[in-house]
Ligand binder design. Structure first.
Ligand SMILES: CC(C)(COP(=O)(O)OP(=O)(O)OC[C@H]1O[C@@H](n2cnc3c(N)ncnc32)[C@H](O)[C@@H]1O)[C@@H](O)C(=O)NCCC(=O)NCCS
Ligand SMILES: Nc1ncnc2c1ncn2[C@@H]1O[C@H](COP(=O)(O)OP(=O)(O)OP(=O)(O)O)[C@@H](O)[C@H]1O
Length: 200
């Protein structure tokens, strides 16, 4: 089974590219979705987060309010680093279990979609790492529309992330999703790249 890592900054088009990989039979593992599920299901993770960030990150029902936590960490690189130090171990363990299940099921490939694929060390579990890039202003517009968030929050999220040079330095392949690309043209280019990777 081929293990492919997909990374790149918010709004670049990782999820869109992964639809192409899914067409080729790959199991898609979305690190954000795995993390959101762990927040619902794993009391140890929630306890570790409230121990560090306090009860102010909870909503009235006692559940973690990610936007409250995001408002703390997206403006404070040291706090984001600490958050990553708490969450990445939980996420990596859950992803490893899902990959093992995909292999047992006889999947031709499994792909991890993760913003922090490289920083968390998950890239070391992958046969190839593909970075998806698009200009920051375009990404800000795309995530405001997709997530219904205000411009300041979108800018803070973008500013908290690694720059293009980081992804160009660490990825084996780069796919660009610029202003001239339609979603379909981008998907086709992704499909071509992934077909080649699965044949290797
Ligand atoms: C930072 C938090 C509070 C933001 O919550 P919010 O609801 O705004 O975002 P959501 O979880 O839906 O993620 C949306 C996007 O935010 C960005 N993002 C999320 N976590 C991080 C992070 N640690 N570093 C940089 N960007 C991040 C990514 O682009 C992600 O795709 C939350 O995502 C969190 O607690 N993240 C830590 C866990 C983590 O590292 N997740 C990424 C999986 S590798
Ligand atoms: N070429 C394109 N033209 C127009 N819209 C696009 C294009 N590519 C992606 N989009 C849209 O932009 C938004 C962001 O794309 P996508 O969700 O794939 O990004 P992502 O890299 O997975 O982001 P995140 O890390 O925040 O989850 C989506 O709503 C998607 O439909």
């Amino acid at each position: 089974m081929k293990r492919i890592g997909i990374t790149g900054p918010t709004g670049a088009g990782k999820t869109t590219a992964l639809q192409a990989l899914e067409e080729l039979g790959a199991l898609i593992l979305d690190a954000d979705a795995v993390y959101h599920r762990l927040l619902e299901e794993d009391p140890a993770l929630c306890q570790a987060l409230t121990d560090r960030f306090g009860a102010g990150i909870l909503n009235e029902a006692g559940k973690l309010d990610r936007k409250k936590l995001g408002s703390v960490v997206f403006g404070d690189p040291a706090a984001l680093e600490e958050l990553n130090g708490i969450t990445h171990g939980f996420i990596q363990k859950a992803l490893e279990a899902e990959m093992a299940r995909a292999e047992k099921d006889g999947r031709p490939a499994a792909a991890i979609d993760a913003i922090a694929l490289i920083e968390s060390g998950c890239d070391r579990q992958c046969d190839a790492v593909v970075g998806i890039l698009a200009p920051a202003e375009l990404r800000i517009r795309r995530i405001m529309a997709r997530d219904g968030i205000v411009e300041d929050y979108a800018r803070a999220r973008v500013a908290a992330q690694k720059d293009e040079a980081f992804y160009r330095a660490h990825c084996d392949f780069i796919l660009e999703n610029g202003p001239e690309d339609t979603p379909e043209a981008f998907r086709q280019r992704a499909l071509e790249l992934f077909r080649g990777l699965l044949k290797r």
